[in-house]
Ligand binder design. Structure first.
Ligand SMILES: Cc1ncc(C[n+]2csc(CCOP(=O)(O)OP(=O)(O)O)c2C)c(N)n1
Ligand SMILES: [Mg+2]
Length: 799
């Protein structure tokens, strides 16, 4: 900088632009300061802010174009403000938890402050024209978890640029010119996801520009305990070599140098946008003036010297010095702007507080009026009026307080029959509905449940094939009809997956649509998430169900929460394909369904019993817009199945069990490979005079939407829940659904039973498997035992 003359600098930077930048940075800083104060004074619950990072983010915003995506974290307020996708009213609305998407579009009051997001969807759930918008994927709190989706956000540009069948999708991309901008804190670079993402994007050579905001701390822990060396040094191994091999361009720049920041961002983005070379910008010497968050004070862990340095190198202070040095404004002018901006920020804060409180106040007042009205005809007039007074006198009443007052009122009125009570009950019902809509809507779109059922059609000529050939034909039809479908995973491309489901399809559809990946389950998911956020329909494979554990965190935190946490503003309809339940070997035959089921609410969990059903589910899910895990039966690929004539059209309805065998004596509820084993057991039981009704639930989430199980229980009055998961796992879930939710308990004549795998992992070998997983013998003993209990004479013990 010192080498450039003032006039040369001034030509590049107009006074108007520079002052606008200064004022935005200054306002953003004021918002951070006021925000912290609002938390400490009790108006907001928690605050984390972007103070100290303003300048770098202004530079990043200058190169961010329509169609680009951000995937970042809680420090990025200035960037979001600079691109115009966040404003100060929204900043405070989110801080206060204003539960209305109009006021708080990122999450409708569901996310903590500084969790940014743009709305990609119209109100009806359809896509907006993302290529013409500034986009930010929705932030989540776990450190580093913004990284995996960057793989797909960046890689989508490569696909849109290189696949001619995607040319028409201009709503999502203009020739793949879009960049995925990542941001991450220095300490979060200690996370595995960071390195896995950097490696994956390096391999894929996709246009990601990753900024690392380095303030040398992660809460209280300095870099020396986070990283094995300086970040640029550690990252230097990713630097592309002179011959232009795969890799990155890595830049390092201080976070308080306006001019250098702007120039660095320009260089880094030009390269990424034009040539799809990923770049990393290590932004160092950043400060965090207010410390990490409102949960603590930085004086406890930063030395006086460090604090003094942070004051001196505060990017706002340095920016002001630079402006003065360039004669772009006088101190008086800058002081005047600052005074104006401080006043404005206070005014916005007050406005946002009032906007947040007014509807709450109105609700509470209406409730108070209702209670006063009811009190008028009650002998408990004084106690009810006291309740009203209690809320209206409280300093900052919330809706929760009126619900508590309602409960107190109903207890007071318990033995009194007055007409006003029904008004109160109706009021409560309405509040519950509104509350559910406000905080619990949009976990699912339910679109998959609306896909019409098309039954498989067979004719005399329908061939009998191996199971893997059936899925293979299913995928072939899918690729043919839908250019948005992209499949990838370990050994999925060239080999066609370890069980040949994709055999020959890479040759047919090309290496971009049917692709191999590295062994990187987290970023295989990230690749899928990012592609889905940009309008594609990825089928991402986890080679064995056991390894879903690697992917579970990101699926749980990111995919499963996405629609809910944006209140319908974003969706990522990925399909996770995997195989499992049963073969012969530890870590190759697990059935950890309850883990998935419990952690992935927000996704569909589908467990087809054979390959035909699997294809039907792929077809159904692709006709809808919800993320799904589809678990194929690992030992089913070589079993013979008939190929339907309508493989491309036929669908299996989501959330609807299938009755595989009807019977009157006991219901067996199961799924996956146990359908076959239970059928064997049913034959034996039939010989003993017992007819079981065998239900394949097929879809664990959603579960039996039409209550087929309870219908069966009305007939059999006995039930066994059967699977290969641990005791108390998915069988417990199914039992709760059928007996509690569907009310099946009232039809039972025998205690309900479960039969599961052992609590340990499945042991190796055929015998290991036999003693680890339920088998036909156990099913027979269990059902027979139930019948013996109910009629010992007719079903006498075997021994
Ligand atoms: C997985 C996970 N572990 C721990 C935390 C708690 N936590 C929140 S922020 C943070 C420090 C992050 O530091 P850094 O990445 O340097 O970002 P900075 O806040 O300094 O900008 C920690 C440990 C978390 N949110 N997620
Ligand atoms: Mg940090």
């Amino acid at each position: 900088m010192a080498t450039k003359s003032k006039s040369a600098v001034n030509k590049k930077f107009t006074r108007k632009d520079v002052l606008a930048d200064y004022r935005l940075a200054y306002r953003s800083r004021q918002a951070s300061l006021i925000g912290r104060r609002e938390v400490l004074s009790g108006k907001a619950k928690f605050g984390i802010f972007g103070d100290g990072k303003e300048l770098a983010q202004i530079a990043m915003a200058k190169v961010f174009q329509k169609g680009d995506f951000r995937s970042g974290y809680y420090r990025d307020q200035t960037f979001m403000l600079a691109i115009g996708e966040h404003n100060f009213d929204e900043f405070f609305a989110q801080l206060f938890a204003h539960a209305d998407v109009k006021a708080e579009p990122a999450s409708g009051g569901r996310a903590m402050n500084a969790h940014f997001a743009t709305r990609s969807l119209n109100e009806d759930g359809s896509w907006k024209p993302l290529a013409d918008l500034y986009n930010s994927s929705a932030d989540i709190s776990p450190t580093g978890s913004q990284m995996p989706r960057l793989v797909g956000l960046a890689y989508a540009s490569k696909l849109y640029r290189e696949l001619k069948e995607l040319k028409e999708f201009v709503q999502f991309s203009h020739h793949g010119n879009e960049i995925a901008f990542g941001t991450i804190g220095n300490a979060s670079c200690a996370e595995g996801m960071f390195w896995e993402t950097v490696n994956a994007v390096g391999v894929l050579q996709a246009p990601m520009v990753l900024s690392i905001w380095d303030d040398e701390y992660g809460i209280s822990v300095p870099n020396e305990f986070q990283l094995a060396g300086d970040l640029p040094e550690l990252l230097s191994g990713f630097q592309r070599n002179k011959k232009g091999g795969a890799g990155y361009e890595v830049y390092s720049v201080v976070g308080w140098d306006y001019q250098e920041l702007i120039e660095t961002y320009k260089r880094a983005t030009d390269l990424a946008r034009k040539e799809h070379v990923p770049t990393i910008i290590h932004v160092k010497e950043l400060t965090q003036p207010q410390g990490h968050s409102t949960s603590g004070s930085q004086e406890r862990y930063k030395s006086p010297e460090r604090l003094k340095w942070e004051e001196e190198f505060d990017c706002l202070r340095k920016f002001r010095e630079w402006i003065r040095g360039q004669d772009l404004a006088t101190d008086e002018e800058l002081d005047k702007f600052e005074t104006e901006d401080r006043t404005e920020m206070e005014a916005i804060r007050a406005r946002a507080w009032e906007a947040y409180k007014a509807p709450i106040r109105k609700d509470i007042e209406e409730f108070g009026d209702l209670l006063v009205e009811v009190a008028g005809s009650s002998k408990h007039l004084d106690s009810l009026n006291a309740l009203v007074k209690e809320i209206s006198n409280s300093a900052n009443p919330l809706r929760q307080d009126m619900m508590i007052a309602y409960r107190k009122a109903m207890v007071i009125l318990k033995d009194e029959q007055i007409p006003g009570k029904s008004m109160l009950v109706q009021w409560k019902q309405k509040q519950d509905e509104i509350g559910m809509e406000r905080y619990s809507s949009d976990l699912y779109s339910h679109s998959s449940e609306r896909v019409p059922e098309v039954k498989a059609k067979f004719s005399e000529n329908s061939p009998v094939l191996n199971g893997f050939e059936i899925v293979n034909k299913g995928f072939d039809a899918i690729f043919k009809r839908d250019p948005r479908v992209i499949a990838f995973g370990e050994d999925l491309g060239y080999l066609g997956d370890v069980n040949q489901g994709f055999a020959g399809l890479q040759e047919k559809y090309g290496v971009l649509r049917v692709a191999d990946t590295g062994i990187r389950e987290v970023t295989i998911m990230g690749q899928a998430i990012g592609l889905a956020l940009r309008g594609l329909r990825p089928i991402a494979e986890i080679q064995y169900l056991d390894y879903l554990l690697y992917a579970l965190q990101i699926l749980s935190d990111d995919v499963a929460t996405l629609r809910w946490r944006t209140k319908g503003g974003q969706k990522a309809p990925i399909i996770v394909r995997t195989r499992g339940h049963r073969l012969e070997g530890i870590w190759h035959s697990g059935s950890l369904m309850a883990g998935a089921l419990h952690l992935l609410r927000g996704m569909l969990i589908l467990v087809p019993r054979n390959m035909l059903q699997a294809v039907g589910f792929y077809n159904s899910v692709l006709a809808a817009d919800e993320p799904a895990v589809i678990v194929e039966v690992l030992n089913g690929y070589r079993l013979k199945e008939r190929l339907p004539d309508n493989i491309s059209e036929f669908t299996v309805p989501v959330g609807v069990p299938e009755i595989l065998r009807s019977g009157k004596d006991a219901t067996v509820v199961t799924y996956g490979p146990l359908c076959r084993i239970a059928t064997e057991a049913a034959e034996v039981l039939s010989g003993l005079g017992i007819e079981i009704e065998l239900i394949d639930v097929q879809s664990l989430m959603p579960f039996d939407s039409h209550g087929k199980i309870v219908e069966s229980l009305k007939k059999t009055n006995r039930v066994l829940f059967l699977d290969e998961d641990v005791p108390g796992g998915t069988t417990a879930f199914m039992m709760q659904e059928a007996l509690e939710k569907q009310g099946g308990y009232q039809w039972l004549d025998s205690a309900p039973r479960t039969l599961t795998g052992q609590a340990h992992r499945p042991a190796y070998g055929t015998d290991g498997n036999y003693w680890s997983k339920p088998n036909a013998e156990q099913i027979i003993y269990s059902i027979y035992g139930m019948m013996n209990e109910s009629n010992p004479k007719k079903f006498s013990k075997f021994y």
